[in-house]
Design a protein around this ligand. Structure first.
Ligand code: LHQ
Length: 259
């Protein structure tokens, strides 16, 4: 359900249930989580590139997986979030390596919000994002009610969530929800080039940068300046910093090893 390949430090993960528009069943949840855990543990992984097979990125939860009509008991969706979505969301945010997302087609429900949790998001011009939850009586999960509000502010977050209207890739770029909308046939090439570049970067410094930017929204400047000090201290101890400065002084490109 998830195709993985590791090339030159880029762990490419392709959600692969194309006839269900890559909707999540338990198998795909666990496969994706295993791969992100691997990225945490394996120093040869220096960047993740996440995309979808076929015409969609991801249609969110597989709504046919457990049909609520077929059970007498009401489903506990809080348990589903605790067991499947939230661990993955936390893993993506906590991974101190860049996660690039190439949204190749429609991203609906949790599928959209997983994309918004990634660090650098490209989308095909024809892709659309849908907060489909309100169509079926649910709330925006997978961090959506948090990230949409933080990125867009209440008026746009509320309209997207309450109306569940599709948001086209270009509009998502204009609103700052994603990094760039690109021509459909250039999507994978563009996202791969960026992932390749990041995988050759000073991984520890990039990871600390990600940590700082994520923390900035929730702490005051005083606390944050202390955190910058600590992170810069750690960055200054890396071999990549020594290499970066040496390469600059020698007027040659730096060769970072991610250590
Ligand atoms: C699907 C799905 C799908 C199954 C397309 N499931 N088959 C968390 C906690 C626990 C439970 C609940 O959920 C959550 C988080 C969530 O993500 S809730 C939101 C779940 N997602 C949705 O509500 C989106 C449902 N899908 C759609 O609205 C449309 O399929 C979109 C707008 C994504 C695409 O529309 P179209 O391009 O017109 O394609 P389609 O609707 O014809 O879909 C193609 C096939 O994929 C079709 O199957 P079929 O056998 O008829 O060819 C769909 O049934 C299947 N599919 N999404 N989520």
């Amino acid at each position: 359900t998830v195709i993985s390949s590791l090339d030159d430090g880029v762990l490419k993960l392709t959600l692969n249930r194309p006839d269900k528009l890559n909707a999540f069943n338990e198998d795909m949840h666990l496969a994706l989580r295993r791969q992100i855990e691997r990225a945490h543990d394996d120093s040869s992984v220096r960047t993740i590139l996440l995309t979808g097979a076929g015409r969609a990125f991801c249609a969110g939860q597989d709504l046919g997986d457990r049909d609520p009509r077929k059970s007498d008991e009401k489903p506990d969706l809080g348990h589903t979030l605790d067991t499947f979505y939230n661990p993955t969301l936390r893993l993506i945010r906590d991974l101190e390596k860049p996660v690039v997302c190439a949204v190749n087609g429609v991203a609906a429900g949790a599928g959209a919000n997983i994309a918004f949790a990634c660090d650098i998001v490209f989308a095909a011009r024809s892709a659309r994002f849908i907060q489909a939850f309100s169509r079926i009586g649910l709330i925006p999960d997978a961090g959506g009610s948090w990230s949409l509000t933080r990125i867009l502010g209440e008026p746009r977050a509320k309209a997207l969530a309450l109306l569940a209207e599709p948001l086209m890739a270009e509009q998502a770029e204009d609103w700052g929800l994603i990094w760039k909308a690109v021509e459909d046939d250039a999507l994978l090439e563009t996202a791969t080039a960026v992932a390749d570049r990041l995988a050759l970067g000073p991984t520890i410094g990039l990871g600390l940068t990600k940590r700082l930017i994520q923390a900035a929204g929730t702490q005051d400047l005083d606390t944050h300046l202390d955190m910058e000090r600590d992170c810069q201290r750690a960055a200054g101890f890396t071999n990549d910093y020594a290499e970066g400065v040496t390469a600059f002084l020698e007027k040659r490109p730096a060769v970072f090893k991610g250590e």
